[in-house]
Ligand binder design. Structure first.
Ligand SMILES: NC(=O)c1ccc[n+]([C@@H]2O[C@H](COP(=O)([O-])OP(=O)(O)OC[C@H]3O[C@@H](n4cnc5c(N)ncnc54)[C@H](OP(=O)(O)O)[C@@H]3O)[C@@H](O)[C@H]2O)c1
Length: 265
């Protein structure tokens, strides 16, 4: 694969590091990285496959997978700029711009160009993004390439594009929701006698352990809850009190409110 990342900011840089860490598996022959001010990328200059440039067209010309990682407001301008270099038989566009639909990209570059839309989350910087992927009709056989790239940076799921807004709430905004739950359990642990660093460590690793249990055992959360709720014990008493106070209900309501808001933006 010859890959270009157009707009190597926070996300583009994480994707670049993921690609470089898996360059043999991904079979990355060259990796063009572009941005208008290259100084923050100078340390990558010596990496054999990396080519730094401010010239987006050049990067597109010498690549076949084009990852568009500019801000949503910059996407249209960048698409117009690279359009003359695009060849539908050669190129696949992968956009990570939040909220920008495949159709909006097709309107600029033409519907014959394979277009894939990806929604990673900020955990991509530590290789644990849950990334949702949708593709237009011409890109169906290119989805595997996108999955290879984003599987190097966490997990991927292929979804219908109409679910992309919901996926953005669950996975991208979801990072903030989980952070708040971790903070709340940290505050509880401090009240119960732990110092703040200890409390956060207990909270973070219990959260990681709970998710890992489900991932490894492929069980249902309630099965794991049953294992730790002794009849008349402290866990069920605490859990029921949380539910009386609206734990599940407030989380679901928050997700739905976020979803309603994203659909108005
Ligand atoms: N951050 C995340 O975890 C995350 C998650 C999901 C989706 N997204 C989406 O991913 C995209 C990038 O987000 P980000 O947080 O990485 O933004 P960012 O840090 O602002 O990165 C965008 C980069 O694009 C470069 N750029 C701007 N105009 C350009 C042009 N004409 N040609 C080439 N490069 C150009 C900028 O660098 P110069 O100023 O040097 O050109 C900047 O570093 C956004 O659309 C965002 O919605 C981000």
């Amino acid at each position: 694969m010859k890959i270009a990342i157009i707009g190597v900011g926070n996300l583009g840089y994480s994707i670049a590091l993921g690609i470089l860490s898996q360059k043999k598996e991904i079979k990355c022959k060259s990796l063009y990285l572009t941005k208008r001010h290259l100084s923050s990328l100078n340390h990558l200059e010596k990496v054999s496959v990396v080519k730094l440039t401010t010239d987006n067209r050049r990067a597109v010309k010498y690549s076949d997978i084009i990852i568009l990682a500019v801000q949503p407001a910059q996407l249209h301008e960048v698409l117009e700029e690279i359009k003359p270099e695009l060849n539908p038989k050669k190129h696949t566009l992968i956009s990570v711009a939040t909220g920008r639909k495949i159709h909006e990209i097709e309107v600029v570059v033409g519907s014959d160009v394979p277009v894939i839309r990806c929604m990673p989350n900020t955990a991509i910087s530590v290789g644990h993004s849950m990334t949702c992927i949708s593709a237009n009709g011409n890109a169906k056989d290119k989805v595997e390439c996108a999955q290879k790239i984003f599987n190097a940076l966490g997990e991927t799921m292929l979804i219908e594009e109409e679910l992309m807004q919901a996926a953005t709430v669950i996975c991208a905004s979801g990072i903030a929701f989980w952070m708040r739950l971790i903070r709340a359990t940290t505050q509880g642990a401090i009240q119960l006698g732990f110092h703040s660093e200890e409390a956060q460590k207990l909270s973070m690793h219990t959260c990681l352990g709970a998710a890992s249990l489900l991932i490894d055992s492929q069980s249902h959360p309630e099965q794991e809850i049953d294992k730790v709720t002794t009849p008349s014990g402290c866990t069920i008493e605490g859990l029921n009190e949380m539910e009386h106070q609206g734990l599940s209900s407030s989380i679901i309501k928050g997700l739905v409110t976020s979803f309603e808001k994203i659909n108005q933006i």
